[in-house]
Design a binder for this molecule. Structure first.
Ligand SMILES: NC(=O)c1ccc[n+]([C@@H]2O[C@H](COP(=O)([O-])OP(=O)(O)OC[C@H]3O[C@@H](n4cnc5c(N)ncnc54)[C@H](O)[C@@H]3O)[C@@H](O)[C@H]2O)c1
Length: 384
């Protein structure tokens, strides 16, 4: 049984996503489990170099997670032929430039979304990657949530009949920073730093809608800045000058209508922080992050509108939970393992590439334009 090393330049690992999802739950966890097992029994062993600006933070992270290599010199890392893959989870605004640099250095690419803060740049990096013949992938983690995987199985089974509509509710209250510290970074609320819930979330909704319900053809989106002033990490107030909520409707290929509310200014009274309800002619399903419930045509209660009596039907009781039928490891890790297998030729296809990333940026940009111009925006087909 041989071990195949994969050198990975991991940029932005001191951030929230970089540390929690990509280093701790994915790369360090894969290493601790002895690597990714291939069909012939060999193992792929990721060998990361943690890259960032703050040596102390990098050293602490490396120590805590059994990593030996750190660097504050990205250029030197890109020049080192021992490391074949460049990964980025740092700021959105610098991402496209870093991808260009890494492609020019001959590296393969795996990055967080959004792949850029403008469609023009997202398309440019996708085209450069294609021309360079490198392998590339973009994090599309929501597809690997157990709830959405179960929902996909429900859809594939034909249980729903013809899908009519999808209703998504995403969000929770993000504290303003005065009564208690905010649980998201302040850059999320600043235009100059690549913030805004439309740019953040519509990238996700593009691949969720495209992969589960039908390709997005048009969007109508209303954004809002409900909380215009917040308190930053430094304890000082700042102006929140981007959208902290987005109310968006999508037309999908095949006639499905989807509406998704995304908000950091809402209090949760539903099954989970994100829920997707799908109504079809033969049944409905609703998925949260982990769970999914279904209701068939024959199990659908028959309510009659009568506001003069307390509601006699327990609507929650009429749904059946889709059981856990397999292990559901962390979604970021699952996607990492798929990408690493693709990288070494173990699997031939990895569908979530930089062009898929560009589609996400396209939808975010169209959402922002729809809000600005107060109209529906049709999405053009993107060509590599
Ligand atoms: N897939 C998802 O569900 C998901 C969720 C949240 C964020 N994200 C994406 O991940 C990325 C990081 O988000 P986060 O929430 O972890 O943010 P964060 O603020 O916690 O982390 C950002 C990281 O970038 C580094 N950084 C900032 N400015 C830099 C600079 N000038 N040069 C080099 N490094 C710099 C920071 O030191 C930090 O390590 C963003 O692109 C965001 O859109 C994805």
């Amino acid at each position: 049984m041989a071990e195949r090393r994969i050198g990975i330049i991991m940029n932005g690992v001191t951030g929230r996503m970089g540390t929690n999802q990509h280093l701790v739950r994915s790369i360090a966890a894969i290493r601790a489990d002895g690597g990714v097992r291939l069909a012939n029994g060999d193992r792929l062993m990721p060998d990361p170099v943690l890259v960032g600006r703050n040596r102390d933070k990098l050293e602490a992270l490396a120590r805590a997670h059994n990593v030996t290599r750190i660097s504050t010199d990205l250029d030197a890392c890109l020049a080192d032929s021992k490391d074949e893959l460049f990964f980025d989870a740092a700021t959105t605004q610098l991402r496209a430039g870093l991808i260009r640099q890494a492609i020019a250095a001959g590296k393969h690419i795996y990055v967080e979304k959004p792949t850029a803060d403008r469609l023009e740049d997202a398309l440019d990096v996708a085209r450069r990657a294609k021309a360079a013949g490198i392998k590339h992938g973009v994090v599309q983690d929501k597809l690997f949530l157990p709830g959405l995987r179960k929902l996909k199985m429900v859809i594939d089974s034909g249980f729903l009949g013809r899908i009519c509509s999808v209703k998504g509710e995403f969000g929770y209250w993000v504290f303003e920073g005065d009564l208690q510290p905010a649980q998201r970074p302040s850059w999320n609320y600043k235009a100059a730093e690549g913030g805004g819930i439309i740019l953040d979330m519509l990238c996700h909704w593009r691949y969720v809608l495209d992969n589960l319900f039908g390709e997005v053809e048009a969007v109508s989106c209303l954004g809002a800045t409900h909380i215009p002033e917040r308190i930053g990490e430094d304890g000082r107030p700042y102006q929140a000058d981007v959208d902290d909520a987005a109310y968006a409707t999508f037309q999908l290929k095949g006639g499905v209508v989807a509406h998704i509310n995304s908000s950091w200014v809402t209090r949760v009274r539903r099954d989970d922080l994100a829920t997707f309800q799908v109504d079809g002619t033969h049944g409905s399903a609703i998925a949260g992050l982990q769970k999914c419930w279904t209701q068939s045509r024959v199990n659908t209660p028959k309510p009659v509108w009568n506001p003069d009596i307390p509601q006699p039907i327990d609507f929650f009781a009429g749904w059946q939970e889709v059981p856990n039928s397999q292990d559901y490891p962390n979604g970021f890790r699952v996607q990492w393992e798929m990408f690493l297998c693709y990288l070494v030729g173990e699997t031939p296809i990895f569908p979530w590439d930089l062009m898929a990333g560009a589609k996400g940026v396209q939808l975010a940009e169209a959402g922002l334009r729809s809000w600005r111009e107060r109209r529906w925006i049709d999405l053009e087909k993107l060509e590599a």
